[in-house]
Design a protein around this ligand. Sequence first.
Ligand SMILES: CC(C)(COP(=O)(O)OP(=O)(O)OC[C@H]1O[C@@H](n2cnc3c(N)ncnc32)[C@H](O)[C@@H]1OP(=O)(O)O)[C@@H](O)C(=O)NCCC(=O)NCCS
Length: 184
Amino acid sequence: MGVKGKLLFSKQLSTAGSIISGIVIPVQSEYLIENANWRDLGALNTLEKVCFGEDAWPYLELLGLLTFPGVVRLKATVRREMIGFISGDARRAEKTGWILTLGVLPAWRRRGVALALLAECERRMGMPQVKLTVRRGNLPAIRLYEKLGYQQVDIWSKYYRSGEDGLVLAKHLPAANGAGHGSG
Ligand SMILES: CC(C)(COP(=O)(O)OP(=O)(O)OC[C@H]1O[C@@H](n2cnc3c(N)ncnc32)[C@H](O)[C@@H]1OP(=O)(O)O)[C@@H](O)C(=O)NCCC(=O)NCCS
């Protein structure tokens, strides 16, 4: 069972392949948040490359992400096409969920898709604490995490290949959080 959200955006009216400039019609489109699996490997590989460039997870590791037990993996789709993805590792021994990757295709950004993916991933991991790392200079992502209540708890110096520092952010969740559904 997926979770539905609505995207409101504008579209330029086009006829026979040409755009009638100046005419903008509002279009409402629904996105769905649902479990991802190994069949999503190709789409996820593309999304990772678009969103992360040199930091993209390698193909085989993405397969692991889509198949390992205990990992929550969720995709946001519009008309069955993947437009966003998140995965989180529920480390029960540490009582901590780690967000492993989160990306939304550029054309679908600033419509709340990442917020919805992150909130649902937190809920499904069902951990009292969630942590993640983010590049010090990745302001869009930092703003997003702050909006959902994450705070900086550590700095991992030169954590990224380029030498950029990683900020470790964390959030405590109320005891009632999450059904702990895991990846299922
Ligand atoms: C970061 C990312 C996942 C955000 O996805 P998104 O779907 O556009 O995010 P949302 O629409 O849910 O944004 C929610 C809030 O985050 C903040 N935010 C998101 N993008 C922002 C931007 N470019 N500039 C400033 N704030 C931003 C805003 O507070 C926003 O709320 P608002 O639109 O009401 O102002 C997306 O930009 C992305 O995929 N980036 C490349 C990959 C990446 O950096 N992933 C995170 C790795 S740690």
